[in-house]
Design a protein around this ligand. Structure first.
Ligand SMILES: Cc1cc2nc3c(=O)[nH]c(=O)nc-3n(C[C@H](O)[C@H](O)[C@H](O)COP(=O)(O)OP(=O)(O)OC[C@H]3O[C@@H](n4cnc5c(N)ncnc54)[C@H](O)[C@@H]3O)c2cc1C
Length: 460
């Protein structure tokens, strides 16, 4: 290890995933290089609500302090709103303690993570753009990059290269067989001094045609995300302003409407695509992916950062057990075991996100879901335990998912069944199976789950 360009681990990207991975490995004495395109603070509307399960993972990584000094807001649960009705659900207690989520400014959070790694003696942070993975004998041995402001290509060699270059990853194509699907777009705005109906709660507006999310991200700012289904991005236009004013605004709680109208008038919109990218990494040695480069789900449930932190703990612990990064065998074994086991932590996060989004696109399922959660007790507490990523129990998630569909059948056929009502119920159950089956299949299901879905496929 005399080469100054030789490291144990090289990380591409110092966003949420790459930065936290570097902080974890650096804290434990590994020699880490991080190449990040731009170290300047970004105004981003992604990754602004960290679920309690993500806070717990940061704690397990020994990095919970990264959430300090951000003016982050405690998130205690969710308020749900539909057609003039509303109720709230509080996050469950974890090991006897109340763990709140955090609403935060993503740009500020990323800068705090970066400051931490810049201060670590074992971590070298380079502002530059990785152009290529460096390979030798079909093994990735590091990266080739251009430092900011330089035209001269430089290299870094490492036992393991971890690709954390986010949703528009330039390397996913060579490292994964996953197909990228855009489910919808979020249009985001910041509401100033907005008086939320449920203080310190996320707000889900079960609106028509698609949901809106609202949560505080600092003591004076509240994020609103408005979903636009389909794969066409909304564009700034008179039609868009009319849509927001006449269709969306009236569906928002009354006390949010004034700050929403001001935000529309200011016109500071941001638009982001919402992707579904299952994790399907190829077996390539010397390299791993973490974060959005590897796996994405709909952001409706705010699970992305929690999934990334779960992966960092999984892979990170395995890497810390390696004695010598010149020895490739243990590195490859660590990456393989990481890929083989990661779905146990992330299946519920991934399935719930796109299943809930699918439910929100179906009028009968949407109503069933709202009524089911509103009925309270276990119907509310267990699903919110999964949403918060405090519980990662896939069977529990599937039980509640189908319980919602059958609850909906009960609602439709009451007070007595007719042919039309039975037909509508069948359609709704089929829709539920169609929504969840491909999502479950992406997550390495066990034999039992696979058999159940095969049977469901025969019935529907
Ligand atoms: C609209 C929206 C809302 C979301 N809301 C939430 C939420 O509330 N809660 C939640 O948990 N998750 C949310 N997510 C998901 C979450 O934001 C992501 O899962 C998370 O940011 C992924 O982190 P990452 O490090 O993989 O990517 P990023 O944080 O995007 O980091 C990637 C980094 O790589 C750098 N980079 C890229 N290419 C190169 C290169 N060639 N060389 C060097 N550097 C490079 C970039 O500059 C960037 O800094 C949301 C996503 C979207 C789209």
């Amino acid at each position: 290890m005399n080469d100054i360009n030789q490291f144990d681990v090289c990380i591409i990207g110092a966003g949420v995933a790459g930065g936290v991975l570097a902080a974890y490995l650096g804290k434990h004495g590994l020699r880490v290089a991080v190449v990040e395109k731009s170290l300047a603070e970004q105004e981003r509307m992604i990754g602004e609500l960290l679920q309690p399960g993500g806070v717990i993972k940061l704690h397990e990584l020994g990095l919970e302090h990264l959430l300090d000094e951000l003016d982050a807001q405690q998130i205690e649960g969710y308020g749900l709103f539909m057609q003039g009705d509303n109720f709230k659900i509080t996050y469950p207690v974890y090991k006897g303690k109340t763990i709140t989520g955090k609403g935060l400014r993503n740009g500020k959070f990323v800068q705090r993570i970066r400051q931490q790694i810049l201060d670590m003696p074992g971590v070298t942070v380079i502002e530059g753009t990785v152009k290529e993975l460096q390979e030798s004998n079909r093994r990735v041995t590091g990266v080739k990059y251009l430092a900011k402001g330089s035209e001269e290509e430089q290299h870094i060699s490492a036992g393991l290269t971890v690709v954390c270059d986010g949703m528009f990853s330039a390397f996913r194509g060579q490292l994964s067989g996953a197909e990228k699907k855009v489910s919808s777009y979020f249009l985001g705005m910041i509401l100033k001094d907005c008086n939320l109906p449920y203080k310190n709660h996320g707000h889900v507006i079960v609106a028509k045609p698609s949901p809106c999310l609202i949560y505080p991200i600092s003591s004076s700012e509240t994020r609103i995300l408005i979903d636009f289904p389909g794969n066409e991005a909304p564009r700034k236009s008179v039609e868009l302003t009319t849509y927001l004013t006449e269709i969306i605004a009236p569906q928002l709680p009354l006390q949010i409407q004034p700050s929403f109208m001001i935000a529309i008038a200011e016109g500071k919109f941001k638009v982001m695509p919402n992707h579904l990218i299952p994790a399907k990494p190829f077996r390539k040695t010397g390299v791993a992916m973490i974060g959005d480069s590897l796996n994405m789900r709909h952001p409706l449930t705010g699970g992305g950062m929690t999934a990334a932190f779960s992966d960092i703990l999984n892979l990170g612990k395995r890497l810390l057990a390696i004695e010598n990064f010149a020895d490739t065998g243990p590195i490859d074994e660590a990456v393989q075991k990481f890929y083989a086991s990661r779905h146990k932590q992330n299946a519920t996060i991934n399935i719930l996100a796109d299943a809930l989004y699918g439910v929100m696109q179906n009028e009968d399922l949407k109503t069933a879901c709202y009524d089911y959660l509103k009925s309270g007790g276990k119907h509310a507490l267990e699903p919110i335990a999964i949403l918060s990523a405090i519980s990662r129990d896939e069977q529990l998630l599937l039980r509640h998912f189908f319980a919602v569909a059958f609850y909906g059948v009960g609602g439709i056929i009451k007070p007595f069944p007719t042919r039309t009502k039975v037909g509508r119920s069948y359609k709704m159950l089929k829709a539920a199976v169609d929504i969840v089956q491909p999502l479950v299949m992406n997550e390495h299901p066990g034999l039992f789950t696979r058999s159940v879905f095969r049977m469901a496929g025969v019935v529907f």
